[in-house]
Design a protein around this ligand. Structure first.
Ligand SMILES: C[S@@+](CC[C@H](N)C(=O)[O-])C[C@H]1O[C@@H](n2cnc3c(N)ncnc32)[C@H](O)[C@@H]1O
Length: 450
């Protein structure tokens, strides 16, 4: 979000350090800064400040440079000095907000950016404010700030993209799609906007257009895991047995911030249904069980499983999802690992494994079910849900959908459970979550090892 150095007015008329004029010295420092020669830039900024301690531009840019080098607190101090000396120095204020935001101090950053927009119509500050307000769930205000940024500078692809994200949260997918499209038009190399555009095209059933965008994306970014995965679904070619680790990490790291908000609005029920089903058969052992929340995500199952558990472990591939689960303070252990491999390494480690909306990222269930059977002890219980593919599912027992998730057929699921060594199996259909205008049906499975 940083403004690049060099967008400021030139130095004042004070005395120059050494034999150069102050103006030449500052220009050389900025050139060095811009070209990445930070040691040289730092030396010159410091020399200027030794000669002229209140040189506001040097305070500003040395502050930025220190932040770039990791000394952010010191950097903030210097930029604050610059704006104390020149209170209407909007670029320094804008950068101060950027640094505070990067330091994880969003409230202070917002305050600074509000000062900026009160002083001048500053599109960058409106854009940044919009992103912060979205993070606080203040979506209408965020949209207003982002629209203001776009009015002031219609060529900003990032503001269109950010506005698209806010509109998605507000459930205005058609408008969001237009914003993403505009972002891509303005900046054809903007991978995040291409991904978002393609996703919204898939969601609205415009699969042919989505395919074109994903193909464009793959041409620009050949290893892109989202494009690979969804193109496999759209074309039926090279369909993987499960979503790749790279796909899961990329999809969920970027979804983590809004995951719970979105799932709440979709009437998501898997944690409640599965935990209640597990509690019903394990009630007499509540509080004494070793429980694994498999694909724990942000920890929505945590509060429901905690009463059953002596020890509650969560495993997930996405660091961003895990960070939110950690913040709940409910898990004894959280592990970043791929689920099948983790289960294989923990033979006989658990009494109960719950996988809420996790195995929908697995097509062929055989490896993960066999690993789960091995990770359960005695007559341990496995509870999980899938999306019901109904009669349309072919011989493989699963189908990869353009939304990136798999759906399964009940018959094949029963076979896989049997092969993996699960005896008593109950599968019931129930509402899982909303997908646009329809309620999806889930297959809710409770299986005991035999
Ligand atoms: C839809 S979320 C569900 C999260 C949580 N169980 C809930 O109900 O809110 C699916 C989670 O499974 C994780 N996941 C998917 N495939 C995985 C794999 N192979 N190994 C580990 N985690 C995986 C994702 O990172 C994501 O956090």
């Amino acid at each position: 979000m940083h403004d690049t150095p060099g967008d400021e007015s030139g130095p004042g008329p004070e005395a120059p350090p050494g034999h150069m004029t102050l103006e030449d010295a500052f220009a050389l420092a900025l050139r060095s800064h811009r070209s990445g020669n930070l040691p040289m830039a730092e030396r010159i900024y410091r020399a200027i400040l030794t000669a002229v301690p209140d040189h506001v531009d040097s305070l500003h840019f040395l502050g930025l440079l220190l932040h770039q080098g990791g000394a952010s607190s010191l950097g903030v101090e210097l930029i604050r000095r610059a704006v104390a000396l020149r209170p209407d120095y909007v670029d320094a204020l804008s950068n101060l907000g950027n640094v505070l935001c990067a330091m994880g101090r969003p409230a202070e950053a917002a305050e600074v950016w509000r000062r900026v927009v009160a002083l001048a119509p500053h599109p960058q500050a409106y854009n940044n404010l919009g992103v912060l307000l979205k993070g606080e769930g203040r979506c209408e205000e965020a949209a207003a700030a982002l629209r203001r940024a776009i009015d002031l500078d219609p060529g900003r692809g990032d503001a269109h993209f950010n506005l698209g994200n806010v509109l998605m949260l507000l459930g205005r997918a058609d408008e969001a799609r237009s914003e993403y499209r505009r972002a891509v038009e303005l900046d054809p190399g903007f991978i995040g906007a291409q991904e978002a555009l393609a996703r919204t095209l898939v969601q609205s059933g415009r699969c042919e257009e989505a395919r074109e965008v994903f193909e464009m994306l793959l041409a620009a970014s050949p290893g892109n895991p989202i494009a690979h995965h969804v193109l496999a679904a759209l074309t039926g070619r090279d369909v993987p047995d499960r979503a790749s680790d790279e796909y899961v990490v990329q999809a969920f790291d970027s979804f983590a911030e809004t995951f719970e908000h979105v799932l709440t609005t979709l009437g998501y029920r898997a944690p409640e249904v599965l935990s209640a089903a597990a509690a019903a058969v394990l009630e007499d052992r509540a509080g004494s069980l070793d429980v694994l929340d498999a694909g724990c995500g942000t920890g929505l199952c945590g509060p429901l499983l905690r009463p059953l558990a002596r020890r509650l472990t969560g495993v997930d591939l996405s660091a961003e999802m895990l960070a939110r689960a950690q913040a709940r303070g409910l898990y004894d252990e959280l592990v970043r690992a791929e689920l099948t491999g983790y289960l294989g390494d923990h033979a006989g480690g658990f009494d109960l494994i719950v996988a809420a909306d996790t195995l929908i990222y697995f097509g062929d269930l055989a490896p993960v079910l066999s690993a789960a059977a091995g990770a359960l002890r005695g007559d341990g219980v496995l509870a999980f849900n899938l999306e019901d593919g109904g009669e349309a599912i072919g011989a493989s027992g699963f189908r990869l959908q353009p939304n990136g998730r798999y759906e399964h057929g009940e018959e094949a699921v029963r076979h896989r459970l049997d092969e993996a060594g699960f005896g008593q199996v109950t599968i019931r259909r129930d509402a899982l979550r909303r997908e646009w205008d329809r309620m999806l049906t889930g297959l809710f499975v409770l299986a005991r090892r035999t």
